[in-house]
Ligand binder design. Sequence first.
Ligand code: PLP
Length: 437
Amino acid sequence: MTTPSKFPETLALHAGYRADPATGAVAVPIYQTTSYQFRDTEHASNLFALKELGNIYTRIMNPTCDVLEQRVAAIEGGVAALAVASGQAASAFAVQNLAKAGDNIVSSTDLYGGTWNLFANTLKDQGIEVRFVDPADPEAFARATDDRTRAYYAETLPNPKLQVFPIREVADIGRRLGIPLIIDNTAAPLLCRPFDHGAAVIVYSTTKYIGGHGTSIGGLIVDGGNFPWEEFKERQPALNTPDPSYHGAVWTEAVKPLGPVAYIIKARTTLLRDLGAALSPFNAFQIIQGLETLALRIRAHCENAVKVADFLKSHPSVERVIFPGLQGGEERRRADAYLKGGYGGLVGFEIKGGRDAGRAFIDRLKLFYHVANIGDVRSLAIHPATTTHSQLSPEDQLATGVSDGYVRLSVGIENIEDILGDLSQALVAGAGTVAAE
Ligand code: PLP
């Protein structure tokens, strides 16, 4: 970047790219290529030996993806990032990069349903145990820790509960024990800067607010470069012992000349290489387009969400509104400590009449789309108990905050009058149904 900046609005437009060296193109080109011509055999062997960084093969790196990686790393104040095919791949890799069969991680119970399934079933099948704890008590993370605990995991603003995670409290516990906190910041980009509060790794589903337009699935892992892996050799063997999958490299030593990037280089050169969940350059381009206007959009989402929460709060068909800006006590303290500039674009509410009323409300919406997504410019709604969280047992549903009548809204950036108008017509009709029952 020719003019360095500390402001995310500027970094989102300028970090990692000025103009295409071959053509002068100002928009980031889509480098739609699988492979890259090596200058000579020495160049090729240096790239494979990590003596020199450069393009080898698009499964492992790509110049369009590289711009996205650099931009988000710059915005977060991290050292490097890795773009992957989806948010799910980002969450899986973030954990698998540190934990192997026989190891465990400790995770907040407040998770996106897909992450819950990944942790409770798929990682378990791979021999990685995930110990779930209630984030209301940060010390629960310490109590669940043993010698084989490799990471802590949580979401900044987990839906459906929408209770902000105690990032600093848990990060500090982990740092004493040599355990990094991995934070999924999908629901709060720009609003929360997890590295400022002690997190070591950030994961994103860029499918949501960063992409913003509901066009492209993608994920990112960002390395804060702020975790002292080498001081915890026994606790973090994945980065401190020879890796047979890369001719015995000890990652903390092998990449030292490149800076504090052992974690992210290992993820790229082993997990992405072997499991292959690469982001396509086309999707990277779409996500970069979204990132460029993220600051404007997130502000609009937040403003509309406050108005939606206020509207619902006083509506007779609504039992309860779940929104950080309406919380009190410790929950509110955390929201104000970790979110700056707004409480996000997600609003939950419990409709009177439970499961049937929730479904009926969704069916009556005209402007809101009924989709399993969040963070689109358009307003979205879903009834988690019968969709995103339906594969969880009733007990697990309640543990993640999903009751029968819970409705989740991802408030878009349409004119607020249209948003409230649609909610109003769907709720008024809903109130009639409830009264008739
Ligand atoms: N993390 C959170 C908080 C999410 O909401 C989602 C998807 O809804 C994911 C991760 C998974 O992302 P993706 O759908 O891009 O795989």
